[in-house]
Design a protein around this ligand. Structure first.
Ligand code: AHM
Ligand code: MG
Length: 335
């Protein structure tokens, strides 16, 4: 059992050897994400001061241009990963194409690619509601020493070697998995250190929370409408509670702790829903499965889906296993 006052740095070192292909590279990579998370956390916490210090597009006191936070977060994560020469490629929600990273003296010697949503739910920033960063890590498919290609990024989620998120909430947490369960670390802002606060996180088998944008109800498939009605019915342990922050990371985090289901279904106006397979759904699906939960597109396991584009979308049902299975039952009846 892990001691509760362990730092993330200590945890990474201790668990390096438990990782099957351990060469220290993955540890360095998680460390780079840890560092960028602290920088972005600092910026997110200052967001409310933007009104005083100047909005995006304005020039700040040092004569620098103020940037939108999602753009800034994108830069910080890419910078942290590039500077440390630990990945061969990066794909981001903020970039149309993937970025190929070359080390100075050697061409693409690193074996990992990272896919990232640097600041998810960023429309929540303006109203002081939690946002998050989501990341997903794969071993490249093309040989080391050659340029990365799109093939290295278009891998099914089941190939992930690590995934995680940072939630910039009432406290800032980094939660991740390398395939041996899910662990959560809380930032002590006074000294800038993440501490292991939530060892071995698990979704309760079932729960009482459903999270969905019900404003879209009219456009949902009948199966989803029926499942929502089921959640609201007075029977057994129902009606469930409805909770929807509109920040995937925060909704997922709460549901993992309390038990619940998150849904972003397809609809008559968005055939594949809204969320992105590669850097939103796959990493969350990996975390969910590692935490005893489940993630599906309503019919199939998310992590089995063969991606065809970097920014493709997919319907998403994720959370406590029994709740996702129940939603799937309804979907199967009326797709
Ligand atoms: P974003 O990547 O543009 O921030 O969108 C993703 C976010 C998720 O965090 C959240 O769950 C969802 O969009 C909310 O969408 P909606 O406002 O349609 O309910
Ligand atoms: Mg996003």
């Amino acid at each position: 059992m892990d001691k509760k006052n362990k730092t993330l740095g200590e945890f990474i070192i201790e668990h390096q050897t438990a990782f099957q292909y351990s060469s220290g590279e993955l540890s360095k990579l998680i460390n780079a994400i840890r560092l960028a998370a602290k920088v972005v956390n600092h910026e997110v916490n200052k967001a409310g001061l933007v009104d005083i210090l100047g909005a995006a597009g304005d020039t700040n006191i040092q004569g620098e241009n103020q940037q939108k936070l999602d753009v800034l977060a994108n830069e910080k994560f890419i910078q942290a990963l590039k500077n440390r020469e630990i990945v061969c490629g990066i794909a981001s929600e903020e970039e149309d194409d993937f970025i190929s990273v070359n080390s100075n003296d050697k061409q693409n010697q690193n074996k990992y690619v990272v896919l990232i949503d640097p600041l998810d739910g960023s429309s929540n920033i303006d109203v002081n509601v939690s946002v998050g960063t989501i990341f997903s890590i794969y071993r490249r498919i093309t040989p080391v020493g050659t340029p990365v290609t799109i093939e290295d990024f278009l891998q099914p989620g089941k190939n992930q070697v690590a995934a995680g998120y940072i939630v910039y909430g009432t406290s800032t947490m980094l939660v991740y998995t390398t395939g041996n369960g899910v662990n959560g670390f809380t930032l002590n802002p006074a000294i800038g250190t993440f501490y292991l606060s939530h060892p071995n996180m698990e979704f309760p088998e079932t729960g009482k929370i459903y999270s969905v944008n019900e404003g879209n109800y009219i456009h949902f498939p009948q199966g989803v409408k029926d499942y929502i009605k089921y959640c609201q019915k007075e029977e057994d342990d129902r009606p469930y509670t409805s909770r929807y922050i509109g920040s995937l990371v925060s909704d997922f985090h709460r549901n993992m702790i309390k038990g619940g289901i998150y849904m972003y279904p397809k609809s008559s106006v968005a055939q594949n829903g809204k969320l992105r397979l590669l850097y939103e759904c796959n990493p969350m699906a990996y975390l969910a499965e590692q935490a005893n939960g489940k993630a599906s597109d309503g019919y199939r396991r998310i992590m089995e889906i063969e991606p065809s584009e970097l920014h493709e979308r997919v319907p998403f049902f994720c959370g406590s296993r029994k709740m996702v299975e129940k939603a799937e039952e309804f979907m199967a009846l009326k797709p």
